[in-house]
Write a protein that binds this ligand. Structure first.
Ligand SMILES: [Ca+2]
Ligand SMILES: [Ca+2]
Length: 297
């Protein structure tokens, strides 16, 4: 993930990013009880992948649309089998009928605890592949990719750009407020950040009366890509939507000024539309012991 998402950190928790291996989710079958998971990917040379390509996750479902179950591998490069970070991740499908392999051409997907889910997002009743992997960065961001394999032609329909969700950019203005705009939103969005007054006054962003202090007028406030995104069939018709959460971040990485929650449905031709977008306003925001010390409360 690009460094533009990495605001300076004062203190931080890497909660849940590198914990124990995640549980298997999704309603797809796990073939042969994970016997290949964590092992070198046997077909790596055959599909033109590096020798040190490992199986990160594996699931079975018909993904090419011929009604015969296929095997989908999430693979990635690791230096050692026990490494928890994998780089150059890709999806490889073994056609259940012909046994031939096809793979996606994802260039630089990397992360921790990669996880594969096979459900239909496109509405053709054929499963698509959803990949989730933690970036491990201090922003708490996850990478997500969705690929389809209709007629054994891999296509990525959700990638880095889509993973930015609602792209919000704004700045602090007088009166403990943030003013800005978000992509896909018709109206400007103003966020009340007065719950964080003590910290901002201590940080000399504002004075007690809520006036922006000189030199801070251009402090930007912006959204991070999804910190969580999950396939959920919102209307129960068998086609899955994406339900995501993002943070809008202020003076630094830990200064969450709002959360954006959104629901996205696939509209065809690589386009996703938000069905619902909402944002939160903090009413109380305990600044934490580190900042309490800083402002001598
Ligand atoms: Ca098939
Ligand atoms: Ca589909």
């Amino acid at each position: 993930m690009k460094n533009k998402w990495m605001k300076p950190v004062t203190f931080l928790l890497l909660a849940g990013v590198v914990g124990a291996a995640g549980l298997t989710v999704g309603n797809t079958k796990v073939a042969h009880a994970d016997s290949e998971k964590g092992k070198l990917f046997a077909a790596a040379a055959q599909v033109g992948l590096e020798k040190n390509t490992y199986v990160i996750d594996k699931k079975s479902a018909d993904v090419n649309g011929d009604q015969v179950e296929d095997i989908v591998y999430l693979v990635g490069e690791k230096e050692k089998a026990e490494d928890i970070y994998a780089s150059h991740m890709n999806l490889v499908v073994q056609d259940g009928k012909s046994k031939a392999y096809v793979k996606t051409n994802i260039k630089d997907l990397g992360g921790y605890e990669g996880e594969l889910t096979l459900v239909d997002f496109t509405g053709d009743k054929v499963a698509d592949a959803f990949v989730k992997t933690a970036t491990g960065g201090s922003g708490g961001i996850y990478n997500h990719v969705i690929a389809t394999f209709e007629n054994n032609k891999p296509a990525v329909i959700f990638g880095e750009e889509e993973n930015e969700g609602i792209r919000y950019e704004g700045k602090f203005v007088d009166g403990f407020k943030v003013e800005g705009k978000g992509s896909k939103l018709e109206k400007p969005l103003t966020i009340d950040v007065s719950a964080n007054k003590d910290v901002y006054v201590a940080a000399k962003l504002y004075d007690q009366a809520g006036k922006i202090q000189k030199g801070n007028e251009e402090t930007t406030v912006y959204s991070y890509p999804f910190g969580a995104l999950a396939p959920i069939d919102m209307d129960g018709n068998g086609t899955f939507e994406l339900v995501g959460e993002q943070r809008i971040v202020g003076i630094n990485n830990t200064d969450t000024v709002s959360h954006i929650n959104s629901v996205w449905g696939y509209q065809g031709e690589g386009k996703w539309n938000p069905w619902e977008v909402e944002y939160s306003t903090f009413l109380v925001k305990h600044p934490g012991e580190a900042i309490n010390t800083m402002i001598q409360k």
